[in-house]
Design a protein around this ligand. Structure first.
Ligand SMILES: N[C@@H](CCC(=O)N[C@@H](CS)C(=O)NCC(=O)O)C(=O)O
Length: 78
């Protein structure tokens, strides 16, 4: 079964842009939520990660990644 993917980003975060730029050339079924623009997304991320706010954050089912380059390497395998 395909994992459920969610990418938490911040609108002007260049580490996040690195990941969203990658997704333009490697489209995947992934929900993108801006935690800097959307309070509900921020609350959701805080609750899920136990208080972590660093973006980009990739949620793969119930695991979380916080490093843009690691996220891109992982996305290449999905
Ligand atoms: N090494 C990380 C850096 C990510 C980073 O510094 N993100 C900043 C925004 S540009 C952030 O979320 N800062 C707030 C925090 O760490 O809670 C990466 O490559 O993704």
């Amino acid at each position: 079964m395909k994992p459920k993917l969610t990418l938490y980003i911040g609108r002007t975060c260049h580490f996040c842009a690195r990941v969203t730029d990658f997704l333009k050339t490697h489209p995947l079924e992934i929900e993108i939520k801006d935690v800097w623009e959307n309070d509900a997304a921020k609350k959701e991320m805080l609750a899920l990660t136990g208080g972590k706010t660093q973006v980009p954050c990739l949620r793969i089912d119930d695991t979380y990644m916080f490093e843009s380059l690691d996220i891109i390497e992982k996305l290449k395998t999905l």
